[in-house]
Design a protein around this ligand. Structure first.
Ligand code: PLP
Length: 358
């Protein structure tokens, strides 16, 4: 078959969660951020692996994603909704026992009127200007909101991947000013924030990208391998062009492999002429344009034609591919397409997405 295989190492995700958990004192809870289908890897299997590793609290962007997590895990684990309580979410929040992180006075009103007694948290904006109540708004409603009993006060850092950025200290100070003395558990750090040290860790951390092997968790285990089957090979003579717009022309006779996968699968067109694919440890240059379903690779130096070439794996992680494509690892992961066969690897057993065990 020509479908590419995306292998997802669930043991590596679990090991990454445990490693991030060990970076904070035992009194600090380590949650897991699994929004956007667990960063493109598949919610159901990822959250089950994380729950088995010990995660008890999960964050998603929207209530529908929370429903998928509840479906996968059953009752028990706490599922927090970063977009808060939107109109139309009430039934789902109630029936599936979701915990919205309320972002505005409107959301607080909606929540306490519709679902009094249903757990909630509050998201505060400490300078990112994206989600959450700002200082003035919070000051005005804090007594009322605190009376209703939030179970978490949280905020998000804009520059945590740049440890020396003055924004980090400014947001830390703003968070203290808004939350000191409330007695409510607090959370400020995502993956980057964990590495800023104990002052940023508070009562709960919310790593996402680090679980999936991404920057800035430098010691992370590699999680994804993406293997693109070779569909066809051909010899090209010196001077022959390859691909759309003739952007690459052979400067010597060589062999071109055409592999299955393209920009429709999240392999960005900006990788054209720049990325490397791998036959085991041997690098093979991508030549010409990335097209919708196909990529062309110079394999003239290989002793034999491989069945597939890897574009993600231990040789080249999501951050390295992202740098080549002028983006970030998050975007590479969440762009990984639906056409791949997702193969989940766990404790030396291999489960195919279809459900059979190989
Ligand atoms: C996405 C997100 C996270 C996780 O961030 P990472 O950088 O992936 O660790 C944590 N908190 C909030 C509010 C987020 O939006």
């Amino acid at each position: 078959m020509a479908t590419a295989t995306l292998s997802i190492d669930l043991d590596a995700i679990a090991a990454n969660w445990r490693a991030l958990d060990r970076l904070t004192p035992s009194g600090v809870q380590t949650a897991a951020v699994v929004k956007a289908d667990a960063y493109g890897l598949g919610t159901t299997r990822v959250v089950r692996a994380l729950a088995q590793a010990g995660a008890r609290r999960f964050f998603v962007a929207v209530a529908e994603e929370g429903a998928a997590v509840r479906q996968a895990l059953g009752p028990g684990p706490q599922i927090c909704i970063l977009s808060g309580h939107m109109a139309g979410d009430t039934e789902m929040i109630h029936d599936l026992d979701l915990t919205p992180m309320l972002n505005s006075v409107d959301q607080v009103t909606r929540h306490v009127e519709a679902l009094p007694g249903q757990p909630f948290g509050v998201q505060l904006d400490t300078g990112m200007n994206r989600l959450g109540m700002e200082e003035g708004e919070w000051e005005a409603v804090a007594p009322f909101v605190l009376e209703a009993g939030p179970e978490l006060l949280m905020s998000h850092l804009a520059c945590a991947d740049a440890p020396d950025h003055p924004m980090n200290a400014a947001q830390l100070q703003a968070f203290h000013a808004m939350t000191d003395g409330t007695g409510v558990p607090r959370s400020l750090a995502a993956t980057g924030g964990i590495f800023l040290g104990p002052r940023y860790q508070f009562d709960l951390t919310r790593p996402g990208i680090g679980l999936y092997g991404g920057h800035p968790f430098a010691q992370a285990h590699s999680v994804v391998t993406l293997s693109l089957p070779v569909i066809q090979t051909r010899e090209v003579a010196m001077g022959e062009p390859v691909g759309y717009s003739n952007t690459w022309v052979a400067d010597r006779p060589t062999i071109i492999a055409t592999v299955s996968g393209g920009y429709a699968d999240g392999l960005l067109r900006s990788l054209s002429g720049k990325a490397t694919l791998w036959d085991g440890d041997t690098p093979c240059p991508l030549v010409g344009r990335v097209s919708m379903d196909l990529i062309t690779v110079d394999i003239g130096h290989l002793p034999q034609v491989p069945r597939s070439l890897d574009i993600l794996g231990p040789q080249q992680g999501v951050d390295q591919l992202a740098t080549i494509g002028n983006t970030i690892g998050y975007e590479i992961l969440t762009s990984l397409g639906n056409r791949y066969t997702r193969r989940f690897v766990e404790r030396s057993a291999v489960d195919w997405a279809g459900g059979t065990t190989a």
